[in-house]
Structure formats: C-alpha cells, structure tokens
Design a protein around this ligand. Structure first.
Ligand code: IPM
Ligand code: MG
Length: 352
C-alpha cells in the first residue's frame, strides 16, 4: 500500500497529519508513505507548484492523499506557476477524470445546515464531477479586440468519449445506491451541454435499472436548496460540478466535512489508483493555528481505503468513528465549536 502524501499549503499539513494518524492506527499491512511538495510551498522550494519529482512520486504510488493548495502570496504569479496548477496538473497528468463528492447530513448536525433542519436531514447524495475536461482545460487566453479592448476567453468543450466514460461511472454509482441519476447541464444554451445530454441518453440504454433525469444547472442549484433529499446521484461537468459541490457542502453544514475521490482508469492491486482530498481549500486565514477541522481529510482517507485498496470495512470504521464524534458533540470552529485540529483527531482515534 504505497501512498504519496502531498500536504500542500495553508491548513493542508495540519489536516493531513490527523488523517495519517488515523491510517497509522489501523495498522494496515505493508503501508508505505512518501511525502512530496505541492502548491505554493513547492513553488518556493523547487520553483514549480508541481515539481517533476512530486509527479513521479504520485505515479509510483497506489494512491495520493492530498491536503490543499492555495497561497495568497502567489496570486501575482503567472498562471502556470500558481499553486492551483498542482492539483489541476495532477488531475490531468494522472488521468483522474472521475471526481466523487459525497454529501450526507450527519446525525446531530441538522441544525448546522444553512437550510432548515428537516430539509437538511434528508441529504444523502453523491456528486460525480467530470474532472479532465470542460472550460478548465480548454484553450484560454487574453486577446486585444479591434477596438483596443482586452478580451479574456476560455474554450468550453467536451468530446463524446469524455462524457461517455463519466456517464458510465455515474450510472454504476447510481446502481449501487438508490438507482436515481440526475444529469446536470445547460443544454438550453450551450452546444457542449447538448452533446453531453445526447451522450448521457445513449449510455442510459445500458442501465435500464437506473432512472435518469436531466436538469439545467440553474434549476439544479435551486433544487439543491429547495429539496436536496430528492437527489441520489448527480453527474455533471467540471465547472458546474465545482460550483454545485461547494453549494452541497453548506447544505450539509460545513465544507470541513466533505471528502472527495478522484479516480482514473489505472488499476492497483486492490482497486483503482486515485487522489483523495478534502473539497475545502487551504484556508490561509486560519493556517498554522491548529483550528482547522481535519474531518474532511480523514474521510478522504476512508475513501482511499475503499476505492484504491479494497478495504471497505476499514473505510466504514473510519466513517463511523467520525460520525460518532460528531454525534457526541465534537465540533470544530467551522461548526461553531472550539475543538482544535489535534483534539478532533484524538476524538476520532478514541472512537476508532
Ligand atoms: C476544487 C477546487 C479546485 C477546482 C481549485 C483549487 C482549482 O475548487 O477541487 O473544487 O476548481 O477544481
Ligand atoms: Mg471547488
């Protein structure tokens, strides 16, 4: 079990440390950890946010545990040197096209949601976000128009094959859940989305046991706060998935609780190679103060055990330890409490 650990910037190292404590406590056979630099820290140490040695380390591993990248001190750098390029580069270079972002309300946390408790209580959904295409990876630039104005532009595009492979992932995920899939697009305006919709419809023929519904992204944003309990699996493109997953996190109560898995096609001995990260960022405002909630990273480590190492029982153990800590009232600052990063790690370990 070779795990490349990339703590990154801001609160990344603090939250990653707690996830490693949890992994170490499980006494996993053949666990080997390698640590590499990504993001602003990598830029400072090696002159690049994703140094070649970091990428190599990821390629040699079975899974990557990723903290966070982002550093306001780097905002003035050219785009290809900014910390965010580390995560975008890893997703692209490692072919991690399928991003799974589960959002489920934890028992006892209903009142922490930005929604009414009875609305929040029903949330149990999975966002399947395409991660290698869309406007994120299309050509982009700034050009000067005839009238002398500058114009920024980004190309949005999806090839059929890209849509097809993420659609299969989403249909299969729905089969393993409640059998309901909502595909989110903007087909009333965008050609990219019309093609997306056509391909998803074609793939649906292989999954007669899954109920498919299409929804425009603006409506999906509304339904997600109106009646989030209606969703089971949502499949969508890179940009819409980025936005809807942050929205889903506040429906659940805190972005400090949401884990993610980014998977590709490469098989490991026990599963699929993947990168696992909390969906939150580097939170520079509270970095280094021991105040960040590590639960999203701990839950990401659980996803890693499930998807890359085939250790469902260990994954479920971690998830239940986190759920019990929350049910017992352990609350980080993100949830209005005062438990610090290490204390939350302790609380999860005790229940493990
Ligand atoms: C996420 C983040 C990233 C994204 C940023 C850091 C590039 O917001 O993982 O959701 O936009 O994908
Ligand atoms: Mg995001």
């Amino acid at each position: 079990m070779k795990i490349a650990v990339f703590p990154g910037d801001g609160i990344g190292p603090e939250v990653t440390r707690q996830a490693l404590r949890v992994l170490e406590a499980l006494d996993l056979p053949g666990l080997t950890l390698f640590e590499g630099d990504v993001g602003g820290i990598a830029y400072r140490r090696h002159g690049h946010p994703l140094p070649a040695e970091t990428l190599e380390m990821a390629r040699a591993a079975d899974a990557v545990l990723f903290g966070a990248v982002g550093d306001p001190a780097c905002d003035g750098l050219e785009r290809h040197l900014r910390p965010e390029q580390a995560i975008l580069g890893l997703r692209a270079q490692l072919g991690l096209f399928a991003n799974l972002r589960p959002a489920t309300t934890f028992a006892g946390l209903e009142t922490m949601s930005a929604l009414r408790p009875e609305v929040a209580a029903a949330i149990d959904l999975l966002i399947v976000r395409e991660l290698n295409g869309d406007v994120y990876f299309g050509d982009k630039g700034t050009r000067t128009l005839d009238d002398g104005q500058r114009q920024g532009w980004d190309m949005m595009a999806y090839a059929e094959g890209e849509v097809r492979r993420i659609a299969h992932i989403a249909f299969r995920a729905a089969q393993g859940r409640k059998g309901r899939l909502v595909s989110v697009d903007k087909a009333n305006v965008l050609e990219t989305s019309q093609l997306w919709r056509d391909v998803v419809n074609a793939v649906a023929a292989d999954y007669p046991d899954v109920t498919l519904e299409h929804m425009y992204v603006d409506n999906a944003a509304m339904q997600l706060v109106r009646e989030p309990g209606r969703f089971d699996v949502i499949v969508t493109g890179n940009l819409f998935g980025d936005i809807l997953s942050d929205q889903a996190s506040m429906c659940v109560g805190s972005i400090g609780l949401l884990a993610s898995a980014s998977l590709g096609e490469r098989a490991t001995d026990f599963g699929t190679f993947g990168l696992y990260e909390p969906i939150h960022g580097s939170a520079p405002d509270i970095a280094g103060q021991g105040r960040a909630n590590p639960m999203a990273t701990i839950l990401s480590a659980a996803m890693m055990l499930r998807h890359s190492f085939g250790r469902e029982a260990d994954a479920a153990r971690i998830e239940s330890a986190v759920a019990r800590a929350l049910a017992d009232g352990v609350r980080g600052g993100d949830l209005g409490g005062d438990a610090g990063t290490a204390a939350i790690g302790d609380a999860v370990l005790e229940r493990l």
